[in-house]
Design a protein around this ligand. Structure first.
Ligand code: ZN
Length: 265
């Protein structure tokens, strides 16, 4: 399923395998001029490509290599001859077959590999110039795009919510905090995330998220210093793990969040 919303010259393209657009299974791509930012999952690749058939897309930038951001790459290249770009660390991962957990195949589907090229410091379209901002907390190959004239910030999976309670094992929460501070300093006017809704008040939203994570880090450290184990800290702060942990084979869990907060910082 696909639903679009216009934000001035930016089109948000929400995509979900299911008609309910449930938050855990919905991801957005964004279209500005001839640039598409992310290409969604395998389950929606045909539908997205069909939607874009009269849109003159010339370039696709992947914010990172995850399967819900890259899976229409191959089809878009085949149909429209688009140029595919991603961070240098993402290139080999996107160009090779993915290894997925069962929940990922269920929700997103299996992506066809595609030949992406290394992105430079910026991407230029007919009317705009987008700065590439490396934000390696969510994954080492993650980037955001920032258009300074309009204050548009495209954040991929960097920003999920103001109060995240579960992360994946490869998320580095201290680096995520640093990334959130880095993009907040750009003073964006609009935040265009891959998960969830567009935010028209990005600076306070980013501030709240940073504050929440720093407060959480303090609580976790205090409990750790009292001798509690990571699992006991989870119980104390969050109660039990949410159902998401079970559904994702413990890939998204509060335990991962606590362990990541205990690593450095
Ligand atoms: Zn991701």
């Amino acid at each position: 399923m696909l639903a679009t919303t216009e934000y001035g010259k930016v089109t948000q393209i929400k995509m979900c395998r299911y008609p309910d657009f449930n938050p855990g299974g919905t991801v957005s791509a964004y279209l500005v001029d001839s640039l598409l930012i992310d290409s969604g999952s395998a389950h929606t690749a045909e539908e997205l490509t069909d939607f874009l058939k009269d849109k003159d897309v010339k370039t696709v930038v992947n914010t990172h290599h995850h399967e819900d951001h890259i899976a229409a790459n191959a089809l878009l290249k085949e149909r429209f001859g688009v140029e595919l770009l991603a961070h240098p660390l993402a290139v080999n991962k996107i160009n090779q077959p993915a290894t997925l957990y069962p929940y990922q195949e269920e929700v997103w589907g299996y992506p066809i590999t595609s030949q992406v090229k290394e992105i430079g410091d910026s991407v230029t379209t007919q009317h705009f110039r987008f700065q590439v901002v490396h934000t390696p907390g969510h994954d080492r190959d993650h980037i955001c795009l920032f258009e300074p004239t309009n204050g548009w910030l495209f954040t991929g999976d960097l920003f999920v919510s103001t109060r995240p309670i579960a992360i994946r094992p490869m998320d580095d929460v201290w680096q995520i905090i640093a990334d959130l501070k880095k993009v907040k300093a750009l003073k964006p006017q609009f935040l265009f995330p891959a998960p969830g809704n567009v935010r028209t008040d990005p600076v306070p939203v980013l501030e709240r998220t940073i504050q929440y994570l720093e407060d959480l880090a303090q609580k976790v450290t205090e409990l750790h210093n009292k001798g509690l184990s990571p699992a006991e800290i989870v119980k104390q702060i969050f109660g039990n793990e949410s159902i998401i942990a079970e559904l994702t084979q413990q890939q998204f869990s509060s335990l991962n969040l606590v362990k990541s907060l205990l690593k450095t910082g």
